[in-house]
Design a protein around this ligand. Structure first.
Ligand SMILES: O=P(O)(O)OC[C@H]1O[C@H](OP(=O)(O)OP(=O)(O)O)[C@H](O)[C@@H]1O
Ligand code: HPA
Ligand SMILES: [Mg+2]
Length: 179
């Protein structure tokens, strides 16, 4: 385990097993829909990469970057589009791929935007859901794990851009961000 971790919350094996289960479910639901899978940069990159490789159905992928955290552990509530899609979502079945839903502010903003752009359907798959911190009423359509209210890193998730490359999800030692 990395020295900055308090504990490993979800192991690499647990993540890989759950990702395959989610992919099997999505494969069934999207078999004939050629979904547009939208990876929300940067956190969702490892999840997206593992998920789509376990979904052997026709699909397309695109990327969007929105930022509300910066170098903080609290969402600023201001969601900024840093990079927009290259694909039109009009008439498409859109599957938003997220690493974590925390306050829900990032996603609620995105869902509104995609609907306004006339997507045929908009659903969300998230690896992690932290419902205790929700500031807005929002539940994912597909969720990997429900987690407690702890600041976690790894498997795409960062603190000040660090730890994204850990293959597991760990709880960051509090002294590293409360000073
Ligand atoms: O539900 P919320 O409170 O809005 O938080 C969830 C969002 O925050 C994180 O992204 P961040 O803005 O840190 O960008 P990153 O993926 O590049 O780290 C995470 O990847 C989600 O997109
Ligand atoms: O717990 C978290 N860790 C890292 N990034 C995050 N973005 C929202 N919640 C989190
Ligand atoms: Mg972040």
């Amino acid at each position: 385990m990395h020295q900055d971790m308090e504990e490993i919350l979800i192991s690499e094996e647990q993540i890989q097993k759950r990702v395959k289960e989610l992919a099997a479910e999505l494969k069934k639901d999207y078999a004939d829909l050629n979904p547009l899978c939208i990876c929300i940069l940067k956190g969702a990159v490892p999840f997206m990469a593992d998920l789509i490789r376990a979904m052997d159905i026709p699909l397309e992928m695109d990327f969007m970057a929105v930022s509300s955290y910066g170098a903080s552990t609290q969402s600023s509530g201001v969601v900024r589009i840093v990079k927009d899609l290259e694909t039109s979502v009009e008439g498409r079945h859109v599957l938003v791929v997220e690493d974590i839903i925390d306050s829900g502010l990032t996603l609620s903003h995105l869902i509104e935007l995609l609907k306004a752009r006339n997507a045929k359907s908009v659903k969300v798959v998230t690896l992690l859901d932290k419902p205790e911190r929700r500031k807005i009423n929002l539940s994912p359509d597909y969720s990997g794990f429900t987690i407690p209210n702890k600041f976690i890193v790894g498997y795409g998730m960062d603190y000040a851009e660090k730890y994204r490359n850990l293959p597991y999800i760990g709880v960051l030692k509090e002294e590293l961000y409360r000073s």
